[in-house]
Design a protein around this ligand. Structure first.
Ligand code: AMP
Length: 213
């Protein structure tokens, strides 16, 4: 099963993708996580990507697509994947399709997590992320049991530098301009399902699992 999760920042793509990967036994591939790993290891890609990420802009298609293809061809992806944060432009969607086609595969399902701006800003401005396992928490909606410590692995939590209100607004503008057209791309292919992602995370998860079956 090959699933892509679409939707604005803060719609819950990361949270849903992590759970889905566990339940459906698929690889979770987050281009945002891969880029942040490159930034923290100070790789050539990380150095190039960091400026774009800090501004809330998209990292150029060529760099992200190359990184994604390298990841998607690894052995753990053979049973399928959940893509979180990719494709974010039509060019990325076309690159992905061409790559899958060459390997006689295709995307089975595109889920659009539709969320209102009010909920997005509330979620992102309170989001806390585990520095080790990447689990997401929220200052008020889903606080960790111990202040700033991950319930799962015990590592420290941090607030992403691009989760500041000003950068969130810029990311939403970029999303509307560059990423929203990807929704129509999958709709035209008959692959798209929409879900109201303002609902409780558990309700959204059950709905995606139902669609994936
Ligand atoms: P995310 O963790 O998905 O919110 O991504 C964080 C940041 O990484 C984004 O704001 C972009 O700067 C960059 N990024 C992640 N995925 C992509 C992508 N598919 N294309 C371009 N930039 C990306």
């Amino acid at each position: 099963m090959k699933i892509v999760l679409l939707g604005p920042p803060g719609a819950g793509k990361g949270t849903q993708a992590k759970e889905l990967a566990k339940r459906l036994k698929l690889a979770h591939i987050s281009t945002g996580d891969l880029l942040r790993q490159n930034v923290s290891k100070d790789t050539a890609l990380g150095k190039e990507a960091q400026g774009y990420m800090n501004k809330g802009a998209l990292v150029p298609d060529e760099l992200v697509s190359k990184m994604l293809i390298e990841r998607i061809t690894r052995a753990d992806v053979k049973d399928g994947f959940i893509l979180d944060g990719f494709p974010r432009t039509i060019a990325q969607a076309e690159t992905l399709d061409a790559m899958l086609r060459d390997n006689k595969m295709m995307i089975d399902l595109a889920v659009y997590l539709d969320s209102t701006e009010k909920v997005i800003i509330q979620r992102l401005s309170g989001r806390l992320v585990c520095s080790k396992c990447g689990a997401n928490f929220h200052i008020t909606n889903m606080p960790p049991k111990i202040n700033m410590v991950c319930d799962g692995c015990g590592s420290s939590l941090y607030q992403r530098s691009d989760d500041k209100e000003e950068t969130i607004r810029r990311r939403l503008d970029v999303y509307k301009k560059e990423s929203a057209p990807v929704i129509q791309y999958y709709e035209a292919k008959g692959k798209l399902e929409r879900i109201n992602a303002d609902l409780d995370a558990g309700v959204v998860l059950d709905e995606i699992i139902r669609l994936a079956k």
